[in-house]
Write a protein that binds this ligand. Structure first.
Ligand code: NAD
Length: 474
């Protein structure tokens, strides 16, 4: 596996000012080193992006799109390398890593084909009004450690296709797939169009506060998102924030318990629960509770928790020690307050392994119910009245996603309409699509990613409002 990585600054693949270890969460061992940038290097990256932006914007969207297609092709040619590296740095099982890389390639291609032509808003009586969109300038992408590749390309592709340039900064514990992407990008994009700097969590404020950054697209925790928003205030920068969630799954009373348990289990435990829109609390009718618990217990006990590079592993380690400690503490607290429904077994060896765990009997204010766990543990709660469960699902500062499960699809959609979240899926989960806007409500975010709404966020709209002088009486 590749272990020699460089930053991408002003079109050059460069060493940093120092290096730091990248830990494989399945072994707790350092398997590669990451170059680290300092503030001067970050400033050089921003300056290069600023210098490159006018010429990049002057290309046609088709020319810019062709570069993005070349990047997607280059990633596809290295798809195995990307998948293995992602498993090594992030921990997810290899099939899930390959799925993320495949989805990233698909996302780049889909966004490379999107356009924002001028919109004619009025054209009558000699009055022509058009809305015309221009790039913002240099945009910053700041990404977290749960989906380091797909979350990056979901920012990079719309930024570049609309004529902006970018400085990207990955999370310190998962920087390497971003650097592999940077290595491919170095051969494809004009110097300065796409830059990558890595840090150990200290460069974020300088990047978001930099006077030459026009927009910050941030994905990460709500706490850090608030800091990003505050830092952007000084320059009235554009921000897109994709933050935390505490998504409810509401199981309606007409669903067979076996089907509901399977859907909810998969939605809660994929990527070891480290998904912003993972199912983080499940509400089932009281009358279904025992059967639902018996079914979800079978699935939980069948989990194969192991190194994601091992064939057959269904749940990998959580990504880092800090998250491991946080999730372990939440599980211990929830076990003390509630009733253990099921717990898988985790290997007894080094690695941040947490056995998938399902817990019942918790009150709505228990930390595992009220907070975002971001790990492989799920609380199951009961309800008797649909109005009551809608109120409880909405009683959260978060509003990212959610799911409703019901055989009567129209009834399930009626419930979904009343959930205050950016996305509510009915009888499916994680159907994130580069053509469909994705956004959070309340403290789960600000602005949109994906779709034309996401593309617009990388542009400034200008209204051109013209009348014909000939229409004036002489
Ligand atoms: P985090 O907020 O700790 O870090 C995210 C990124 O911000 C990292 O690159 C980090 O280096 C950087 N950063 C840290 N301090 C900064 C500062 N002051 N200014 C600017 N940047 C700074 O989040 P995390 O722990 O890496 O990720 C987990 C969280 O991300 C979870 O809460 C999860 O729900 C959320 N998340 C949300 C989505 C979404 O689309 N809504 C997707 C994935 C993850």
């Amino acid at each position: 596996m590749k272990t020699d990585f460089k930053l991408l600054v002003a079109g050059e693949l460069v060493d940093g000012v120092s290096r730091f270890d990248v830990i494989n969460p399945a072994t707790e061992e350092a398997f590669a080193q990451c170059p680290r940038a300092d503030e001067a290097m970050l400033d050089r990256a921003v300056a290069a992006a600023k210098a490159a932006q006018p010429a990049w914007a002057a290309l046609s969207a088709d020319e810019r799109g062709a570069c993005l297609h070349r990047l997607a092709d280059a990633m596809e040619a290295r798809i195995e390398d990307f998948g293995r590296l992602l498993t090594a740095e992030q921990g997810k099982p290899l099939d899930q890593a390959m799925y993320e890389i495949g989805g990233s390639i698909y996302t780049i291609r889909a966004i490379a084909g999107m356009r924002l032509p001028d919109q004619t808003m009025r054209d009558e009586g000699g009055n022509t009004i058009i809305e015309h969109r221009t790039p913002l300038g240099v945009c910053a992408a700041i990404t977290p450690w749960n989906f380091p590749v797909i979350l990056l390309v979901g920012k990079m592709a719309p930024c570049l296709i609309t004529g902006n340039t970018m400085v990207a900064k990955p999370a310190p514990t998962t920087p390497l797939t971003t650097l592999l992407l940077a290595e491919l990008a170095a051969d494809i994009f004009p110097a300065g169009v796409f830059n990558v700097v890595c840090d150990q969590n200290e460069l974020g404020p300088r990047l978001t506060g930099h006077p030459d950054i026009a927009k910050v697209s941030f994905t990460g925790s709500t706490a850090t998102g608030k800091k990003v928003m505050a830092s952007a205030a000084e320059g009235v920068k554009r921000v897109t924030l994709e933050l935390g969630g505490n998504d409810a799954a509401i199981v309606l009373d007409d669903v067979p318990a076996r089907i509901a348990a399977e859907k909810v289990y998969n939605g809660a435990m994929a990527n070891a629960g480290q998904i912003c829109v993972a199912i983080k609390r499940a509400y089932v009718p009281s009358a279904m509770y025992d059967e639902f618990c018996a079914e979800i217990a079978k699935l939980t006990q069948a989990a194969v928790v192991d190194d994601g590079s091992k064939q057959g592993a269904t749940v990998g380690p959580v990504q880092n020690k800090m998250q491991y400690d946080k999730v372990k503490a939440l599980i211990a607290d929830a076990k003390a307050r509630g009733t253990l429904i099921a717990e898988a077994s985790a290997p007894d060896k080094p690695g941040y392994y947490i056995a998938p765990t399902v817990i019942g009997g918790l009150s709505d204010d228990a930390p595992l119910v009220a907070e975002e766990q971001f790990g492989p543990v799920l609380p199951v709660l009961t309800y008797d009245d649909i109005e009551d469960v809608i109120r409880r699902a909405n009683d959260s500062p978060f509003g990212l996603g959610g799911t409703v499960w019901g055989m009567d699809q129209l009834r399930a959609m009626d419930v979904a309409r009343r959930i205050d979240s950016g996305t509510v899926w009915v009888n499916q989960h994680l159907a994130i699509d580069p053509n469909i806007p994705f956004r959070g409500s309340k403290q789960s975010g600000l602005g949109s990613e994906h779709g034309l709404a996401g593309l617009m966020e990388y542009t400034q709209a200008h209204i051109i409002n013209a009348v014909s002088l000939e229409a004036e009486p002489a």
